[in-house]
Design a protein around this ligand. Structure first.
Ligand code: GDP
Ligand code: MG
Length: 711
């Protein structure tokens, strides 16, 4: 039998980093909770008999969120052989709360005191002998990112498998005796000590699992009555006792350096400053897009677009095909269809790589965690939870893991709202669309991408305000607790690895879904319904696009090519670019990329192009993301609602931008467009500013209590 070793700990303590170091795998690491929402398993490097498991982060064994339930249920009902409890040494006080509970499971626990490198930098000191002695566990200092100490912690853990393991004594004598008495009433079960504590807390779920006979329950109740006096809740007493114990342990084994020495605190005084935070964030995002879209990234992209996919590859392939005397239609398919379509998408790879590099850098150094913190402040004043922002941060890479990360949100209506709005944030696949429009119509201006990003956030906030006022989403926002990791220079290897991983998945998608789509698009635009080769304007594709295109006239781009590109964007957002590449690349047999951009400029005004861009960013997401929404909503009706809402939101936004934009630019009031636009604007403003019938006074429910406990 292989040994099952679980890595358990608070979110953000470095479990996944340690998991990757131990097993040599490549799971996503991030410095906010919610990155690991499912259990992951891998074999220990060098010893395949040990199975290492990475669990979602938990603050306690009393779960409040879906991902916490995963960890709790696993630890209690499936019982691993040994637990390595990853404790963030820089936040030891909060982390040890879970430790006191883990030792009650009857499974040996080894403490890996992680981020030890950071601790040394801060100047804090921990007396390891003393700490271990007080906790009754082996404490091993580790640094998961540098892979030091991890192996030692695992070896120690493996040596404890199968041995008796005493729990931590953190309660006073009276409670301790009561717990011993309760435990003796229980049948022989794993984790009986843990159940005894839970029963003492009058936890209904634990009682349900055990199905105790009535007389035993009565006896337990008598014990609780006897021990708990003056109206306190047993749950609060247990939590308080744990905290008292922890603060005693910490005060006698940890020496903290004065906070003023901490450089992170000084940076934070500017970066999270009430007034500077948002301007700093906007400036950082502008810089990121400036570097990736306007400068460095665009040099690469220009070369790939104009030279590589504009001349070298098409010329080479055409030469080959001509030599081989291939049929003309096949040459058309390969050169005009595949190379133009896939090339249009791959052309943006350099910009994507630079963007991904910047984003991973911001994540890894700790800045993005501050952004979540800043956003919490803003979101909260609109009745939303800052917890919703973390899925959105993750979604800047891809919405699918972003949508999954919504599982960290305990409040069901907040969770649904997050699933619904996460798609508004521009993901990596939408970047080529942004870059195409910015490049073709706006001379690569960085404000285009920055404004898209801010528009995504604004869409989330506006939707939050509107939806919170409906019965479906009413309720107070979930509390949000997240530690800010201290700033550090990221490990370049990990930044590069994340960047390359993301870049590679982009290339893979281009070579599969996008390739297939461009072939189909090429076919549909070269043939009519009787399968005769015709001019694009008489093709099947033109007739499909023309049915829908009148709908988009008020948005400024009622053109069948733009409509078809939008439709194919539902398969994968890069397709918008691929499809436009095929449709415009073929029309005039353009030789290089910039000519195809000229064609775009001929067909769309800047305003229309911006409206097109916004619509594509905000409307229903790609199929993969729709699947994720379906999974997380666990209901087809909610999924349809989400898609309908997103598309309607995108439609109204683009319509308002286009109609009002046109009015301001031309100064001419065209009543056909402006009257509906004004009506819609009034309607949206009404939804935004009407009174919230569902606003309630704050009631201190269990979840909030949990939040209090963790402060
Ligand atoms: P998890 O939520 O527990 O899985 O935590 P992750 O493994 O995702 O790591 C959270 C963050 O802490 C990441 O930014 C890691 O790079 C960082 N990290 C993990 N271990 C260490 C460590 O030992 N030292 C330092 N300085 N950072 C670490
Ligand atoms: Mg993790």
């Amino acid at each position: 039998m292989p040994i099952k070793l679980s890595l358990a700990g608070n979110p953000n303590s470095g479990k996944t980093t340690m998991f990757n170091a131990l097993t040599g795998s490549d799971q996503r690491v991030g410095n906010w909770p919610g990155v690991t929402v499912e259990r992951k398993e891998g074999k220990l490097k060098g010893n395949p008999d040990v199975i290492v498991q990475d669990l979602p982060g938990i603050y306690s064994l009393s779960p409040y969120t879906l991902e916490e339930v995963v960890s709790r249920n696993y630890l209690i009902s499936e019982q691993p052989d040994v637990i390595v409890n990853i404790v963030d040494a820089t936040n030891i006080e909060r982390n040890l709360y879970l430790t006191t509970q883990l030792t009650e499971l009857g499974i040996p626990v080894v403490i890996a005191l992680n981020m030890f490198d950071d601790l040394a930098k801060r100047g804090d000191k921990i007396d390891l002998e003393k700490l271990g002695g007080l906790l009754g566990c082996t404490v091993i200092p580790t640094s998961a990112v540098r892979n030091t100490g991890c192996q030692g912690a695992v070896e120690k853990a493996v040596s404890l498998v199968g041995k008796e393991f005493p729990h931590i004594h953190c309660f006073n004598e009276e409670i301790e005796n009561a717990l011993i008495e309760i435990e003796s009433l229980l049948p022989e079960i794993p984790a009986s000590r843990w159940y005894a504590v839970k029963l003492f807390e009058r936890d209904a779920k634990a009682a349900e699992t055990l199905t105790l006979p009535a007389d035993v329950s009565a006896k337990i109740e008598a014990i609780i009555e006897r021990t708990v006096k003056n109206g306190c809740s047993p749950e609060e007493i247990i939590a308080r006792e744990r905290y008292d114990f922890i603060s005693k342990v910490v005060s006698s084994s940890v020496t903290k350096a004065p906070a003023s020495l901490d450089p992170s605190a000084r940076i934070d005084s500017i970066v999270t400053n009430r007034f500077l935070a948002l301007p700093v964030f906007a400036a950082v995002m502008f810089l990121v897009y400036y570097v990736s879209i306007t400068t460095i990234g665009s040099m690469g992209t220009d070369w790939v677009n104009d030279v590589l996919f504009g001349e070298i590859i098409p010329d080479f392939v055409t030469g080959l095909l001509e030599k081989a005397q291939t049929a003309l239609w096949l040459q058309g398919l390969i050169v005009d269809g595949i190379i133009h379509g896939v090339g249009a998408v791959l052309g943006f790879l350099p910009q994507m790589l630079v963007l991904f590099l910047c984003l991973s850098f911001l994540e890894d150094c700790g800045y993005m965690s501050r952004v979540a913190f800043i956003m919490d402040r803003i979101f909260r004043s609109f009745g939303l939870s800052g917890k919703s922002f973390i899925p959105m941060l993750i979604a800047t890479g891809c919405s699918v893991p972003g949508i999954m990360a919504s599982r960290t949100i305990e409040n069901e209506s907040d969770r649904r709202m997050t699933v619904l709005t996460t798609g508004f944030i521009p993901c990596g696949a939408k970047l080529p669309v942004i870059a195409l429009i910015a490049g073709a119509l706006f001379d690569n201006a960085a404000w285009v991408a920055t404004s898209c990003y801010l528009a995504g956030i604004a869409a989330v906030v506006i939707s939050g305000v509107i939806l919170k006022k409906t019965r479906l989403f009413a309720g107070d926002p979930s509390p949000f607790i997240m530690e800010l990791p201290s700033y550090h220079l990221p490990l370049w290897s990990s930044v590069l690895r994340t960047t390359l991983q993301r870049g590679w998945s982009f290339v893979r998608k281009a070579a599969t879904i996008i390739l297939l789509s461009t072939v189909i698009i090429w076919g549909l635009q070269n043939f009519n319904w009787r399968f005769q080769m015709v001019d694009a304007n008489d093709s099947m594709l033109a007739s499909i696009g023309s049915i829908l295109s009148p709908l988009f006239v008020p948005l400024g781009w009622g053109n069948w090519r733009a409509v078809v590109a939008t439709l194919t964007g539902l398969i994968a957002k890069e397709n918008v670019v691929g499809t436009l590449g095929v449709l415009y690349g073929v029309a005039e047999a353009a030789e290089d990329g910039s000519e195809y951009w000229d064609l775009l400029r001929r067909d769309y005004s800047r305003l229309a192009a911006y409206s097109f861009l916004l619509f594509n960013l905000l409307c229903a997401p790609c199929f993969a993301a729709v699947g994720a929404v379906r999974r997380e909503m666990m209901s087809a009706r909610w999924t349809l609602f989400a898609l309908g809402y997103q598309t309607a939101f995108a439609f109204i936004t683009s319509l308002l931008i286009y109609q009002f934009g046109k009015f301001f630019i031309s100064g001419v009031f065209e009543w056909q467009g402006m009257v509906p636009a004004i009506v819609l604007l009034v309607f949206v403003l009404y939804l935004l500013f009407r009174k919230n019938k569902f606003a309630r006074k704050k009631d201190r429910n269990a979840v909030e209590l949990h939040g209090e406990n963790l402060k």
